[in-house]
Design a binder for this molecule. Structure first.
Ligand SMILES: Nc1nc2c(ncn2[C@@H]2O[C@H](COP(=O)(O)OP(=O)(O)OP(=O)(O)O)[C@@H](O)[C@H]2O)c(=O)[nH]1
Ligand SMILES: [Mg+2]
Length: 437
C-alpha cells in the first residue's frame, strides 16, 4: 500500500503558464525559461504562456508581487491554463497564497521534476526512490497538500477515489486521501528500510564487478548517454527526446576490440539544482554508477547551455563525493552543432575531451582508444610466473594484461606484463600459484 498523497493520479493534457522571478543583478543569459519549458513538455503538458519578473527580492508571501499575481491570473483565464509552474522553489505557504490568487494549481520546479520522475519510474526500486523523495518533499507541506487536493477535487477536477489528475499529482501507487502524518512517518521508515536492503544488494553487485574495469556514463539529462550506451554495447536502453528518460542503472559489456572489454553503465541524468530529496533517494542508483573506475561525462555539445550543464553535473558529482574520480569529457551530438564556434570554445576549454556523435557513430574509435588509454594508465609493469598447465591464468592474462614477453622455465611460463592492480588481485584469486619475479 502506498500512501503518497499525490498518487494514483494521471496526467491530463494540461496547459501551463510558466513564471520565473529573477533577482536584480542576476544575469540574463539565453532564454531564462527554456529549461522549465522543456521540463513541462517532458511532464506531458503544453506551455501556453510565459512570464519573467525582475525583482529586488522575492516577495515573502507570494514570490511575485501583487500586480504580477493579477497578471498571472489573467493569463490563466485568457489561455485556459490549469497549472502555473514556477521556476523558483516555493514554500508551502507561498504556494497556498499564489493558488488563492490565480485560482488554479501551482507547482514549483522541484515538484515538477519529482512528478516527471514519478511518471517515469518503472522498476520497483525506482518507484520506491521516487515515492521516498515525494513523501520527504511533501510531508512538511502536508497541511497545504490536503486543502490543495480538496480544493482542486471540489473544483470539479476529481475523477473518483481522490484521483484528481494533472502534473504534480502523480505518484507510483494507490491513492489515499485520509492519511495522516503518523502514517507518512511509518511509510517513510518502511521505504528507507527497503531501499537500504536494495542498497546492500547493489553494493554486493558492485563488489562482484571489481574484477573488471568499469566505466559509467554520467551527464546532464538528454545529453545522449543512453543513445551512446546503445551504439557501444547493442543494449536496448530507452533513449528519448525527453528529460529523464532513464531512471535506473543498466550495466553491459563493452568490447573495446583486441579481446578486451569493460563494463559500461548508463544511469539517471542530472539537472541543475536537482531537488535535494531526489539526490538523497537516488543515491543508491547513482552510487552504483559513480563507483566506476572511469566516468564518461557526456555533454550535449549542440546545446548553447553546454558549459553551464557541465558545471551543474560537476556540482552533483561533488555532492555525491565523486568529483575526484577519473573522468573523461565526451562532447556528443557533434553532428547537430549549429555554431562551430561554440564547439571550438568547448574543445579549447576542455582539451582532453573526445568529440563524438552517438547518432552517426563519428569519433567512437577515438572514444574507445581514450578509454583503453585510461585503462592502461593504471597498469604496472612486472614479471610473473604461472604453471604452464594453468590455462585459466594464462587466458586471463591474455585478456586483461599486456604481455610483452613470454618464456618457459621448466614447468612455468614467465611473462613480462603490464597489469592493473585490480586485475592482479583477480589473478591471485583464480590462480593459486602465481609468483612475482
Ligand atoms: N543529433 C543527435 N542527437 C542525439 C545524439 N545522441 C543522442 N541524441 C538524441 O538526444 C536525445 C536524448 O538522448 P538520450 O540517449 O535519451 O539521452 P540521455 O542522456 O540518456 O537522457 P536521460 O536518460 O534523460 O538522462 C534523443 O532524442 C537522442 O536521439 C547525437 O549524437 N546526435
Ligand atoms: Mg538515458
Amino acid at each position: 500500500m502506498a500512501i503518497n498523497p499525490r498518487e494514483g493520479l494521471s496526467v491530463g493534457q494540461e496547459n501551463a503558464v510558466l513564471v520565473k522571478v529573477m533577482l536584480d543583478g542576476q544575469p540574463l543569459e539565453g532564454d531564462p525559461l527554456a529549461e522549465l519549458a522543456e521540463l513541462t513538455r517532458s511532464a506531458g503538458a503544453e506551455v501556453v504562456s510565459r512570464c519573467v519578473q525582475r525583482r529586488r527580492a522575492y516577495h515573502p508571501a507570494s514570490c511575485v508581487g501583487k500586480g504580477k499575481l493579477e497578471e498571472i491570473r489573467q493569463r490563466v483565464d485568457c489561455f485556459g491554463a490549469n497549472v502555473v509552474i514556477f521556476d523558483n522553489d516555493l514554500s508551502p505557504s507561498q504556494i497556498r497564497e499564489i493558488e488563492k490568487a490565480v485560482k488554479c494549481k501551482v507547482l514549483d520546479r522541484s515538484e515538477l521534476i519529482l512528478d516527471i520522475f514519478a511518471s517515469r519510474a518503472r522498476t520497483h526500486e525506482a518507484r520506491l526512490q521516487v515515492e521516498l523523495a515525494q513523501l520527504e518533499y511533501t510531508a512538511p507541506r502536508l497541511r497545504g497538500m490536503w486543502t490543495h487536493l480538496e480544493r482542486i477535487a471540489g473544483a470539479g477536477g476529481g475523477t473518483g477515489a481522490g484521483a484528481v489528475g494533472g502534473i504534480g499529482t502523480r505518484g507510483p501507487g494507490e491513492s489515499q486521501i485520509e492519511i495522516d502524518r503518523r502514517l507518512v512517518g511509518k511509510r517513510l521508515a518502511f521505504l528507507k528500510q527497503q531501499l537500504a536492503e536494495i542498497d546492500r544488494r547493489k553494493m554486493r553487485e558492485v563488489r562482484a564487478r571489481r574484477d573488471f574495469f568499469t566505466v559509467s556514463l554520467v551527464g546532464y539529462t538528454n545529453a545522449g548517454k543512453s543513445t551512446l550506451m546503445n551504439v557501444l554495447t547493442d543494449a536496448e536502453t530507452r533513449a528519448e527526446d525527453r528529460l529523464f528518460a532513464t531512471l535506473d542503472t543498466l550495466t553491459r559489456r563493452w568490447d573495446l576490440g583486441n579481446g578486451r572489454y569493460v563494463l559500461l553503465s548508463d544511469t539517471v541524468g542530472f539537472i541543475r539544482d536537482l531537488p535535494h530529496h531526489l539526490v538523497a533517494s537516488f543515491r543508491a542508483t547513482l552510487e552504483e554508477a559513480i563507483h566506476a573506475d572511469l566516468l564518461l561525462h557526456v555533454v550535449d555539445a549542440a546545446n548553447p547551455e553546454a558549459e553551464r550543464q557541465i558545471e551543474a553535473v560537476q556540482d552533483v558529482l561533488t555532492e555525491l563525493g565523486a568529483n575526484e574520480r577519473p573522468s573523461l569529457l565526451v562532447l556528443n551530438k557533434t553532428d547537430a552543432v549549429q555554431d562551430e564556434g561554440l564547439l571550438t570554445v568547448l574543445r579549447g576549454r576542455h582539451d582532453r575531451a573526445v568529440a563524438v556523435s552517438a547518432m552517426t557513430s563519428a569519433g567512437l574509435d577515438g572514444l574507445r582508444a581514450a578509454v583503453e588509454q585510461a585503462m592502461r594508465g593504471e597498469q604496472r609493469r612486472m614479471t610473473l610466473s604461472v604453471p604452464v598447465q594453468d590455462g585459466r591464468a594464462l587466458r586471463f592474462l591474455e585478456r586483461f594484461a599486456d604481455i610483452f614477453e613470454r618464456r618457459y622455465e621448466e614447468d612455468r611460463t614467465v611473462l613480462d606484463v603490464a597489469i592493473a592492480p585490480r586485475a592482479l588481485d583477480h589473478l591471485h584469486s583464480i590462480a593459486a600459484d602465481v609468483q612475482h619475479a
